[in-house]
Ligand binder design. Structure first.
Ligand SMILES: [Cu+2]
Length: 314
């Protein structure tokens, strides 16, 4: 830790000076000239025509922050159809923009919603789920905790092939259990960006009862890939933001100097993965939830899902 900080101190000013030099002189530095030559000499991998309105990337629409997560706001039709015991769902995965904290941030949505819409089944159903990937990257959907044929499990490169950009994948499996489950992307850090939803299976002969599902999650304005990178660098960045850093003096006082030294050696911060600083915590996509439909004294079945990336809710 100390050595790395020292190196950073030594090299940072040199780097800044070099940058400044090239700006002040108005002449590109040799490094820059070399890189621009390289670009000119190498044919580009994707032949992109000159910018015209027609060839622009598809517009990424901003999410309606008020409607998000509310049931019945699915934009795409058909979202759900039932034919006998066949429960058929269509899920459309899109790039989107959200604004939770006053900053526009890229995110991913299913049927225009974060979290993704809740999928409801009854034990004995056959699930038929079409996953349409309209995002500009590959994806996957893993059906968390479900008993199903391995090839529909949805973990890319392990059990199921990835859903490439523009592709639709069809998953079908018998529903042979009941309870509270969820589904989420198993590609890169997409789940952290919004690709997760509840998967509820009702018992066959269940007495009618009011229900409320609470899907808990965490949100960071940071790019989740950066979060992952920071964790592997064992920086104190998140610890400082949360006020949970541990000094040598504190470790000595608590009689844990040996552990502290061992953790420094392993480049592991005091709290490791729990050290991520999150901007917000959500219940069904909102920092606050109200359920005015329930009256005092009423019996309600709560279904609670931890759909977060690294948070334990207590
Ligand atoms: Cu999972």
């Amino acid at each position: 830790m100390f050595i790395r900080a020292l190196l950073l101190f030594l090299f940072l000013p040199v780097f800044c000076l070099a940058q400044q030099g090239s700006i002040n002189s108005g002449v590109p530095s040799p490094m820059r000239m070399e890189s621009s030559n390289k670009i000119a000499a190498t044919p580009s991998a994707i032949a992109m025509p000159v910018d015209t309105a027609k060839n622009k990337k598809p517009m990424v629409k901003m999410m309606n922050m008020d409607d998000m997560g509310k049931p019945g706001t699915e934009q795409r039709i058909p979202f759900f159809t039932r034919k006998g015991n066949r429960a058929i769902y269509h899920l459309y995965l899109t790039d989107t923009i959200v604004n939770y904290t006053g900053k526009n941030r890229p995110a991913l949505a299913i049927n225009g919603s974060i979290p993704a819409p809740t999928l409801n089944f009854t034990e004995g159903d056959t699930a038929e789920i079409y996953v349409h990937n309209t995002m500009m990257m590959e994806t996957s959907i893993h059906w968390h905790g479900l008993i199903l044929p391995n090839r529909y499990d949805g973990v890319s490169y392990l059990t199921t092939s990835p859903i490439k950009m523009g592709e639709t994948h069809y998953y079908t499996f018998p529903i042979v259990q009941n309870g509270t489950y969820w589904y989420h992307s198993h590609t890169m850090m997409q789940q952290q960006s919004g690709l997760y939803g509840a998967f509820i299976i009702h018992k066959k002969a269940e007495p009618a009862m009011k229900e409320y599902t609470l899907l808990l999650s965490d949100w960071t304005n940071e790019n989740p890939d950066e979060v992952d990178r920071s964790l592997h660098n064992a920086t104190d960045w998140y610890g400082i933001r949360k006020g949970s850093t541990q000094s040598y003096w504190e470790a000595i006082k608590a009689g844990h100097l040996k552990t502290k030294l061992a953790n420094e050696w392993k480049r592991m911060a005091a709290m490791d993965v729990s050290d991520v600083y999150y901007d917000l915590f959500f219940i069904n996509g909102k920092a606050m939830q109200k359920a005015p439909e329930f009256k005092a004294g009423e019996k309600v079945r709560l279904r609670i899902i931890n759909g977060s990336s690294s948070t334990y809710f207590g």
